[in-house]
Write a protein that binds this ligand. Sequence first.
Ligand code: GSH
Length: 278
Amino acid sequence: MPVVDDDTPTVWVIWGSQYVAKALVALDAHGIKHYVRRGKLGTGGLEDLPGGGKLVPVLTAGNDVVVPDSEAILRWAEKTRGANLYPTAQCAEWSERASDGFLPNAVLYYNWIEPKGYARSMRAKFASFVPWYAGGGTCIAGYLVDWGTAKKRAEFAEKALPELSKHPDVGTLEGRADAVAKEHVIREALVKELMHFQSGLANDAAGYLCGGEAPTAADCSVFAQLERLVGSMGDAAVPASVPGLLDDTRLGAIKKWREMMVEKHPIRYGGKRAPTAK
Ligand SMILES: N[C@@H](CCC(=O)N[C@@H](CS)C(=O)NCC(=O)O)C(=O)O
């Protein structure tokens, strides 16, 4: 049994999750020690999360603290551990926008719906798990993954396409084929969304999205989502779905900011298990 002391919170995770990454980066960047536990994935989704929910992250502390939802976890860290994550109203607005607005739905689109992005990221990651005796390392591994992920991909399309359709430049997407045909439109809207967050940076891209000396909630939210497009989710090693996205000359400042975040505030899921009882 893990030994968990009251002061050290535990974050329940699945590796590679962008919402988990947001919470982990916030806790690490503000020096808040925490343990990590993997949620158990069963046929009905996550099965053993405290509070009975189905989504990670969930933070637990002591006997009675259970905080589901990444934004609520950051608020908890500010309230109970003094982490200065919401110094201005804009930090809160941007953090929520980066977790609930166009950006996270573009992340779902490029990781699960758009064929090239899916092939580069989720398909490649899952194919690497197919054992050799079931076709791992051969060309059928990808087909096995497609079979296994078909339901999940359909669910993500159902969730993301209406959200992407709310963007005035995108307009109504009539199903997956239409969304794939309009990839160039979605990409342009995504560039504009990133330019919006980039407007918080000084021209030389030094510093954080809302200023200050440490990442705020806005930095953690934008960074975690962006890594599913252009990065590798730290030690979870999920391949990028749109690797060249930040080479667009309009995104120079956010590109530099992202490189700084990777160096100074890497996403770390591993090496955080609670010690076990002797
Ligand atoms: N609004 C939630 C979203 C969390 C979320 O969507 N988590 C995904 C992982 S990225 C999840 O737990 N998925 C489990 C499943 O779909 O079964 C937050 O900010 O924490």
